[in-house]
Design a protein around this ligand. Structure first.
Ligand code: AMP
Ligand code: MG
Length: 419
């Protein structure tokens, strides 16, 4: 038997980061930036008003107060989006809207609420003058040119995982196409004579193919693109053809046919098509696992992960091995899921010294996390996975976890920690 870490290291060491693609900005969310992005101009490109108000000179309103307003002559108006060649002179003001370029001569914007503006609404008070009720220091309510991003600055660095704010920053630079590391296409092939596709009628002795769907959903969740390759029966010819189809992808994931007792058609085909190792991993569920590299006719090497067929085992081995492999292809630095520590509320026994991934429901009470087992833990009981929001990790060396003991829990629905 090999440890989880040994198996994972062997897989990760064989995986290459994918090449990049240039695509529309919004499609890049969650992908890794493949270029350094410098700002070609100042953002904002000009000084602009942070308020609706009056652009003026701070000297002209020095000492103004509620009881002692300064009256300025209004010489014009500038709306957002307009460029004006009006100039503010001493004792004058220009009515200005938020976001409008600040006119020459002005060094301050007085918000409407500090002027006569509000009193004047609906009255006959002249619009050619404005009373200002505060003195303001230079630059007040003006957003300075380049205060967000100065021209030439390195704004986003290659390797960054793009989040909504990063998408916004790139938009503020007018960047409509972005170079990112592309998403891997992951082929998913179910194997077994007893497996039926979900759009076919149920027949005695068969079960529906649930693995391909849970695995495809997991692929989507971690940023890959699944390609469903259907179900291959335990037949050399058909299985070989299906596996070869899978080599058009960046990675192939199969389920079933890798455990010891299996009718060994799957193993036979995998061994013939690639350089595959069959491991027994010190974990539960998910002991049997196959990993290998398949060489395509064009010389490209495609990694293959052969997951066990039991529905819970295939999902957990995906979480532990396939997910980090996909994240590496995506160019991510952090391949580990965020773990928490929770107090176990049920007893868990560990008879044979494997690492147990127990399906648990995590709740939070009084700023502490608690873990309860989701019920029967058979590796065929897929609903035990559906009920769980975490996997409690019971170490190989722990014979028994008693209620009240703290355990490490991998949170199934938490996002990646971005790096
Ligand atoms: P295997 O690893 O092929 O021996 O399969 C182990 C168990 O998982 C068997 O009970 C299979 O019927 C079940 N199984 C295998 N593949 C699937 C699948 N695609 N969907 C649901 N159950 C499966
Ligand atoms: Mg099988």
């Amino acid at each position: 038997m090999i440890s989880v870490e040994e198996a994972l290291a062997k897989i990760i060491n064989s995986i290459q980061i994918l090449d990049c693609e240039e695509k529309p900005l919004l499609d890049c969310l969650g992908q890794v930036l493949a270029e350094d992005v410098y700002s070609p101009f100042d953002v904002p490109p000009h000084d602009n008003s942070a308020m609706d108000g009056y652009a003026a000179q701070s000297r002209s309103i020095k000492g103004a107060s509620y009881n002692n307003p300064k009256v300025l002559r209004v010489i014009g108006e500038i709306a957002a989006g307009e460029v004006s060649d009006l100039k503010v002179e001493p004792e004058t003001a220009i009515r200005i809207m938020t976001g409008a370029f600040v006119p020459g001569g002005a060094d301050v914007v007085v918000p409407f609420e500090d002027t006569y503006e509000t009193d004047r609404k609906g009255t006959s008070i002249s619009t050619t003058e404005i009373g200002v009720r505060v003195g303001l220091a230079e630059s007040c309510n003006i957003r300075r040119r380049g205060e967000d991003i100065p021209k030439g600055e390195l704004v986003l660095t290659k390797g960054k995982v793009l989040r909504p704010a990063d998408i916004g920053v790139l938009a503020s630079l007018g960047k409509s196409m972005v170079s990112v590391i592309r998403r891997p296409l992951v082929g998913i092939l179910a194997t077994g004579n007893e497996i039926v596709e979900i759009n076919r009628p149920m027949v005695a002795g068969k079960i529906y193919n649930s693995n391909s769907y849970s695995l495809a959903a997991q692929v989507i969740r971690c940023g890959g693109i699944p390609k469903l390759l259907g179900v291959a029966p335990d037949d050399v010819k058909q299985l070989t053809a299906a596996v070869r189809k899978g080599l058009e992808c960046d990675m192939l994931v199969t389920s079933g046919g890798v455990s010891l007792g299996d009718y060994d058609v799957v193993k036979q085909v995998l061994a013939a098509e690639g350089n595959v190792s069959f491991w027994t991993v010190r974990m539960k569920p998910g002991k049997p696992l196959a990993f290998g590299m398949f060489r395509r006719s064009d010389g490209k090497e495609i990694p293959h992960l052969g997951l066990p067929g039991n529905p819970v085992s295939s999902m957990i081995t995906f979480e532990v091995f396939a997910r980090p492999a996909i994240l590496k292809m995506l160019g991510r630095n952090n391949l580990t899921k965020s773990n928490i520590t929770a107090v176990m509320e049920d007893a868990v026994g560990n008879k044979d010294g494997r690492r147990i991934f127990a399906r648990v429901v995590i709740t939070r009470r009084d700023s502490k996390y608690f873990a309860r087992i989701t019920g029967p833990q058979g590796s065929g009981i897929l609903t035990s996975m559906a009920k769980a929001n975490g996997l409690a990790i019971i170490p190989e060396s722990t014979r028994e976890v008693k209620p009240g003991t703290p355990v490490e829990v991998m949170m199934l629905d938490w996002d990646e920690v971005h790096d």
